[in-house]
Design a protein around this ligand. Sequence first.
Ligand code: HEM
Length: 130
Amino acid sequence: MLSREQQGLNWLLQWFDPRGRSIGGLAFILNRITALGLVLYLYLHLYYLRQLTMGPQVWNAFIDSAENSPWIGIGELFVIAGGLIHGLNGLRIALNSFNIAVPYQKQLFYGLFTLALIGIAFFAVHMFGA
Ligand code: HEM
């Protein structure tokens, strides 16, 4: 017999379990993961922006350290990836919610996901390319 906590954890993990899912289910997982990532970014963004209230020296020191850190660039690319994947997939969901292109929702997902990958590659090349 599982404890309530273990049952809760299993229930939560099922949201993200890709096994046995159709492409629509995978799209849902992707949408949820990117949504949570964007919410996390929003809070991080506000947390670091608070340094604006601490004066120009604090802010300039933060900008200098951010510009010299490769992790910030990688994080920015993740935000771009999350925004593109979530936003484009969100457009598909919104269209389908208005009963538009419902029979083509899989093709729409593949097309928009490909578009997102092209966009991510474009930004990656511009941010990290020689
Ligand atoms: C182009 C911009 C965006 C579009 C078109 C969009 C669209 C959508 C749609 C249609 C859903 C509902 C998905 C469903 O019913 O299965 C959704 C869910 C959600 N979105 Fe967005 N979204 C956008 C940007 C954002 C941003 C910037 C954030 C966070 C800061 C965000 C956070 C969320 C969250 C937390 C959910 C709930 C996810 C879930 O319950 O699995 N979205 N979005």
